[in-house]
Design a protein around this ligand. Structure first.
Ligand code: HEM
Length: 270
């Protein structure tokens, strides 16, 4: 029933006339109030229709079609390395978002009584020393990141050695190549964020590697590191790549990657 189409009908009187519990009364009164202003019942119905229509058009998954749940190799533990990579990614994303509340990407001189420390370094030191369970949050982020790199690599080996990259899964193999590369970019950009000695010299190596690229070297160093020496521009670039650009791109690619697996199913061992 659409409430909108019966503007003259007194819904509140109808609610009062029924013997409803207080929770039901509050729920229905709120619904009527919202519907008069935002037509939410119409939109909910539209969403429901859309859901059923798109569901009817979804192809049957490969697993359903061939009843793979009953095949023993389908449950082989190495076939879950992709899911393990996904879980590690989700843990890293959630813990990283929480760290973002306390981290500041600035190379300016910090005020945390550590000689020559930047604001960025001091904010990480603050997370480790002052924030309740901050050391744990940071460890969860670092460990999940390392586990993700290992899991993605092992997942790739599994796919290779079971021949699962062959037709018709070439596209997912290529998306996988992009994913493992971006996983490493995630690791590198995150490694620079504490702006400590390790970060600084890893950054220096990055700049020099960029500069060594024939013809485009200077342009690449400018684009990725904001110049030929490390500066505020470098840290700011690493930060925005790590917390904004990569999360969007990698999340989208993982969704497409898993969507393709859903449609094609897990390959039988070759
Ligand atoms: C962020 C990284 C990645 C995530 C989260 C991910 C996730 C997944 C998941 C959940 C599956 C289902 C099967 C399984 O768990 O083994 C899968 C399958 C697959 N992945 Fe990945 N993957 C990633 C990286 C890669 C890489 C680096 C490659 C190879 C270059 C790759 C190629 C494939 C292929 C070809 C399949 C289909 C395997 C089959 O049908 O048996 N993926 N991936």
């Amino acid at each position: 029933m659409s409430l909108k189409k019966q503007d003259d009908y007194d819904h509140n009187a109808w609610i009062k006339s029924k013997d409803l519990s207080p929770v039901e009364t509050v729920f229905l009164t709120t619904l009527v109030w919202l519907d008069k202003r935002l037509r939410i019942v119409d939109y909910l119905e539209l969403l429901e229709t859309l859901y059923y229509r798109s569901n009817m058009q979804m192809p049957k998954s490969h697993t359903e079609q061939y009843d793979l749940d009953n095949k023993f190799w389908y449950w082989y533990p190495l076939y879950t390395l992709g899911s393990f990579s996904t879980i590690a990614y989700v843990v890293a994303a959630v813990s990283g978002a929480l760290l973002g509340f306390y981290y500041s990407p600035s190379t300016a001189a910090g005020a945390c009584n550590i000689s020559n420390a930047s604001v960025a370094y001091c904010s990480v030191a603050g997370i480790m020393r002052d924030l309740q369970f901050g050391f744990m949050l940071r460890s969860i982020h670092r460990w999940s990141a390392q586990v993700m790199v290992a899991a993605v690599f092992l997942h790739m080996l599994r796919v290779y050695f079971t021949g699962a990259y062959k037709e018709p899964r070439e596209l997912n193999w290529l998306i996988g190549i992009v994913l493992i590369s971006l996983t490493m970019v995630f690791g590198y950009t995150g490694y620079l964020l504490p702006w400590d000695q390790l970060a600084f010299w890893a950054g220096q190596i990055g700049v020099e590697m960029s500069l060594s690229i024939p013809l485009a070297g200077e342009w690449v160093a400018q684009l990725l590191f904001g110049g030929f020496t490390l500066s505020q521009a470098t840290l700011q670039r690493m930060y925005i790549i790590h917390v904004f650009l990569l999360p969007f791109v990698v999340t989208t690619l993982i969704a497409i990657h898993i969507g393709i697996v859903w449609v094609q199913g897990i390959a039988e061992p070759h």
